[in-house]
Design a binder for this molecule. Structure first.
Ligand SMILES: [Mn+2]
Length: 424
């Protein structure tokens, strides 16, 4: 840890007076304030191991400085975020970018930072140097049984790594598809994918979940074999009770109504988890809430309403993960912003009076229904989120403290200016 705990206390003490004034104003009129603050306090978002370095595009990559050089340093980075905001208490690993060579010591290191391992991610969208057969024309859908077998075995290997680390879920995202009309027999590709997933599913431990992520296009530009929520839903329904659909906010066609997708998947008991990010045009992987915070709020309202209806635990019953890439920002600062945006949207969603909204809907009072949602969205809940941080022992303003302490400068001193983290 590049800074001592008392620095957080000092920072909070400096801001305490101003925070108290703002918090008291924000807390007025919040029904069941204690419960809202507790829910905010326990809500954790997993940080992906591939997003701690600077990302790139197909045109190039402008590396940052002081990036983590190993899995150990990535865990330290997530530990740093968690120390600052007490809301990033989990890490999601991508294999083989981050293979835990010594699972015991990796697990112990994570525990030192108060972190657990969230979903493990497989990778059959790239060829690795040691790999025998190529994924150029797909992995689980491939026409060659040998390629399918190799991809299945990789996924089973990832599950094994996950078991050693105490993870309890596997996320499968497939780049499989086709780039030109005629290239692929859609029905065969679907069946091969489903058959392969069935084998992976049968290797899951009893208490594990399998998340099947979908994506509309890219890297294939004509068809994706698991392209939308319907295609994922159809597969996870056939796979069984432990299989769920995972929603990545950037994986839809423009203007898709993601909040409706979320509501329906949740209602069917098939929503497993989330990859948060934001986008303007495609899978832009921008900071959560940076482009369309209203959509994020609407999604969170559907999550809260749907989970409450089913008596689900907000903090533990779905997988909450960030999946973003940072081209021009410091990855740690970007992640602090993303986690904050998620908690703000969650807090706003918690303020909506579901009974009142339902009454307006039953009365076809369209104006009132819109007012109820927008009143919550237009409420400044930042002091509530800050108070929940204070109660959890985090910094009142994590980003401010990160800069004040010169955390990145210290990391550059230790790790060097020219470092490249594995990942996107
Ligand atoms: Mn994703």
């Amino acid at each position: 840890m590049p800074f001592e705990k008392y620095k957080i206390e000092e920072h909070n003490a400096d801001l305490q007076k101003e925070h108290k004034r703002r918090f008291e104003f924000a807390a007025e009129g919040v029904k069941d304030l204690k419960t809202v603050l507790k829910k905010l306090e326990v809500f954790q978002v997993a940080i992906p191991s591939w997003a701690l370095g600077t990302g790139g595009t197909r045109f190039g990559r402008f590396a940052g400085a002081g990036e983590p050089r190993s899995l150990e340093e990535k865990i330290e980075d997530v530990g740093l975020l968690h120390a600052l905001n007490k809301s990033s208490g989990a890490i999601s690993l991508h294999i083989p970018w981050d293979i835990p060579e010594n699972a015991k010591s990796i697990k112990a290191l994570a525990a030192q930072h108060g972190l657990r391992f969230d979903a493990v991610n497989s990778n059959t969208f790239q060829d690795q140097q040691t790999q025998e057969l190529s994924y150029k024309y797909g992995s689980l859908q491939h026409v060659d049984k040998g390629v399918r077998k190799q991809a299945i075995e990789h996924n089973i290997q990832v599950i094994k790594h996950g078991i050693e680390l105490g993870s309890d879920s596997l996320t499968v995202w497939l780049a499989d598809g086709s780039s030109f009309p005629g290239q692929l027999n859609f029905r065969k590709a679907y069946q091969n994918t489903l058959d392969s997933l069935t084998e992976i599913y049968s290797a899951l431990p009893a208490d594990w979940k399998l998340f099947l992520e979908y994506k509309a296009y890219e890297p294939n530009f004509y068809s994706t074999t698991v392209a939308d929520w319907g295609q994922s839903y159809s597969m996870v329904t056939k796979l069984g009770k432990k299989a769920y659909t995972l929603v990545d906010l950037g994986h839809h066609l423009p203007n898709a109504n993601i909040e409706q997708i979320v509501a329906l998947l949740l209602n069917e008991g098939k929503l497993g988890g989330f990859h948060f990010n934001d986008s303007k045009y495609g899978d832009d992987d921008l900071t959560v809430g940076s482009i369309n915070p209203y959509q994020l709020f609407l999604i969170f309202y559907e999550l809260v309403a749907g989970m409450d209806e089913k008596g689900m635990n907000h903090a533990t019953d779905l997988g909450w993960m960030i999946d973003a890439s940072h081209n021009v920002k410091d990855p740690l600062e970007d992640l602090l912003q993303s986690v904050d945006a998620i908690k703000i949207a969650y807090a706003q969603a918690l303020l909506v009076d579901a009974d009142e909204l339902e009454a307006a809907r039953e009365a076809n009072d369209v104006v009132r229904a819109q007012e109820i949602l927008q009143n919550a969205y237009r409420t400044d809940v930042r002091p509530l989120v800050a108070e929940s941080r204070l109660r959890a022992g985090a910094a009142l303003e994590p980003l401010k403290l990160f800069r004040k302490l010169g955390v990145r400068e210290d990391l550059i001193k230790t790790r060097g200016r020219k470092t490249v983290a594995t990942g996107l």
